[in-house]
Design a protein. Structure first.
Length: 202
């Protein structure tokens, strides 16, 4: 397997007043990681969460789906464009986290314009209540010669998904996540470790 230096970014939740302010918060640690030698930089699930700050307080009292659609969906294309441009500028691979668009979409951008879009397949109960559209297929991409795929958060808890990917030649599975408790974070980490052991992948 080709050596690959990976950085995982934990963002401190902060409501940003504008898209540009939010992007500045997201971009800075990516640049730091690239400067430190990371070839692949990974951002978390629902990286878009800080965009809740772009809504007036009154709007946050609306039903959850309306809030998500208002805060996140209008910025989805700008997120994808800026992430792709940043990956190309820095000459890195960037897992740009996930973004709400009605689906929960993960985006992996490459240094030469490569793109992989992977919707989350298994919604958690809160996402079911939001009416999240689940993904229907698993995509793969070669990251510097390493066949790579994405299983977002809850998806990593389903062994058959990782097995199917490894049978297709995947060596690296990325797992952006957002949890509401240490127990949830521990579960995602334990399942990711289990998938690695079961399938002899990273």
């Amino acid at each position: 397997m080709t050596p690959l230096t990976v950085a995982s970014v934990r963002l401190v939740a902060r409501d940003a007043p504008t898209f540009d302010a939010w992007w500045s918060d997201v971009e800075a640690p990516v640049r730091d990681a690239a400067a430190a030698g990371a070839r692949l930089v990974c951002l978390p699930e629902y990286v878009c969460k800080g965009l809740l700050g772009t809504l007036p307080v009154a709007a946050l009292r609306r039903p959850g789906r309306e809030v998500f659609d208002a805060a996140f969906a209008p910025h989805r294309d700008a997120w994808a464009e800026r992430a792709a441009a940043l990956a190309e500028e820095l000459g890195i691979w960037l897992l740009a986290g996930t973004f709400w668009s009605g689906a929960n979409e993960a985006l992996l951008c490459g240094p030469a314009g490569e793109l992989l879009l992977q919707p989350k397949l298994h919604p958690v109960p809160v996402e079911v209540e939001l009416g999240m559209a689940p993904g229907a297929s698993l995509e793969t991409i070669a990251v510097d010669g390493v066949e790579t795929a994405i299983l977002t958060c809850f998806d990593i808890e389903f062994p058959e998904l990782a097995r199917a990917l490894v049978e297709r030649g995947v060596e690296l599975i990325l797992c952006p996540s957002l949890t509401s408790s240490p127990q949830g974070a521990g579960r995602v980490e334990a399942c990711a470790r289990a998938r690695g052991v079961e399938d002899q992948c990273f």
